[in-house]
Design a protein around this ligand. Structure first.
Ligand code: ATP
Ligand code: MG
Length: 380
């Protein structure tokens, strides 16, 4: 793959001047390869193209980034932004994966950041490879977008009983980067035996009582929240998460306080402030919530510091199951190329494949080490 060729090719596919491409190659535009499929990744917005856009170079095909979803602080905002009817879908807590088929009829799974993830690709192929190929033969120019959830992945670990370790739930279909009416997703998933995210309700936009009932139920079931959509995507969707998950996120994040950063904590506190206001939580109930919040902030962080003081690594551990050795090698090559700091251990081989434990070292490890060594605070 020759650098000039790539620049010219990208300039042509994206319709952007060659100078722009040449200037951006390397940092903003990264060239990658997966099983001989050469592709470019946009690591930032470029012209009209969103961050996370992938360009398959041989196919000359653009897989647009999945659009960012506006978050609601107050459910009262729903009638202000929607048109008439709303579809309330479950927001599943995993990671965003777009799926497409290359001209060589290889099904590839692309992460939010625009990379073909060899692990995700291998697992989705094993589960749905044939079905997806058939579906995308009929719906040629469509890209599937969905959430991979479960406990066996290197990104977001959250248990879903219905996912059995790893599963893929489609939430949208895209054409030329535009979200298509929800019925297209329902049609494809139904016809080809694929799964879609649960549709929890169809409501009038001003039915806040109905909407709150859906969210209360999710909160009790320890689910993440909802994405509220216009059935035709005539206006952009909105997202809203439960009190339960806002606190749980803090609790998870605060295991590694120097990784998630202050923005992570503050944004979730703002969500809770608005929830206390809108749900009119007062008295004893408010005290209990405040206690949960305080514990979620302090306890995991202290626990990690104690662990570090005993000489343990502060790392996030993931369990992965690779269908084949080749899949494992592709993945190892991939994380090395991305410069992910990780320790990989093979823990066993079963009928499902090769079981691997992946440990990603956290920045908190270094910060805590320094604090313990010097006694200095890294912050004023
Ligand atoms: P952003 O705010 O840019 O969308 P983020 O990483 O902060 O990205 P989230 O807060 O998790 O994302 O919310 C948006 C994401 O929710 C989507 O990108 C998608 O991965 C996920 N998601 C889960 N369920 C759905 C659903 N039913 N419809 C749309 N997206 C969903
Ligand atoms: Mg998410």
């Amino acid at each position: 793959l020759n650098k000039n060729n790539v620049a010219e090719k990208l300039s042509e596919i994206l319709g952007l001047p060659l100078e722009v491409i040449e200037k951006k190659l390397g940092r903003t535009i990264r060239i990658m390869s997966y099983k001989g499929i050469d592709y470019a990744v946009l690591r930032e917005d470029l012209g009209k193209y969103r961050e996370g856009t992938t360009i398959l170079l041989d196919d000359e095909k653009i897989i647009h980034g999945y659009p960012s979803i506006q978050r609601l602080a107050l459910l009262e905002g729903v009638p202000l932004h929607m048109i008439d009817e709303i579809v309330v879908e479950e927001k599943m807590d995993g990671y965003n994966v777009r799926v497409t088929v290359t001209s060589g009829r290889v099904v590839v799974a692309i992460t939010r950041g625009g990379y073909i993830c060899p692990y995700t690709t291998a697992r989705i192929n094993k589960l749905y490879g044939d079905k997806i190929k058939e579906a995308l033969r009929e719906y040629e120019d469509i890209v599937l977008a969905g959430e991979v959830v479960g406990t066996e992945n290197p990104y977001v670990v959250y248990e879903y009983p219905e996912a059995g370790g790893f599963d893929y739930f489609i939430f949208d279909t895209l054409k030329d980067g535009k979200l298509l009416p929800l019925r297209i997703r329902d049609e494809i998933t139904e016809k080809y035996g694929l799964k879609h995210v649960p549709v929890l309700a169809r409501l009038r936009k001003d039915d806040l009582v109905g909407l709150k009932k859906v969210i209360d139920d999710l909160d009790r079931r320890r689910r993440e929240g909802v994405v509220i959509k216009d059935p035709e995507h005539r206006v952009p969707p909105l997202k809203y998460t439960t009190i339960y998950i806002n606190i749980r996120d803090i609790q998870e994040g605060m295991k590694y306080p120097f990784d998630e950063g202050r923005g992570y904590l503050f944004s979730r506190i703002v969500r809770l402030i608005c929830q206390v206001y809108e749900y009119n939580i007062t008295g004893e109930e408010l005290n209990r919530l405040a206690e949960r919040l305080g514990k979620a902030i302090l306890l995991p962080a202290v626990e990690s510091l104690k662990e570090r003081s005993k000489g343990r690594l502060i790392a996030a551990t993931y369990k992965l199951v690779f269908p084949s050795e080749e899949d494992l090698n592709d993945y190892l090559e991939f994380i090395e190329e991305l410069g992910v700091e990780a320790v990989v251990k093979i823990v066993g081989v079963s009928s499902r494949g090769i079981e691997v434990e992946l440990m990603k070292l956290k920045d908190t490890h270094g910060y805590y080490s320094k604090i313990l060594e010097t006694g200095y605070s890294p912050l004023d």
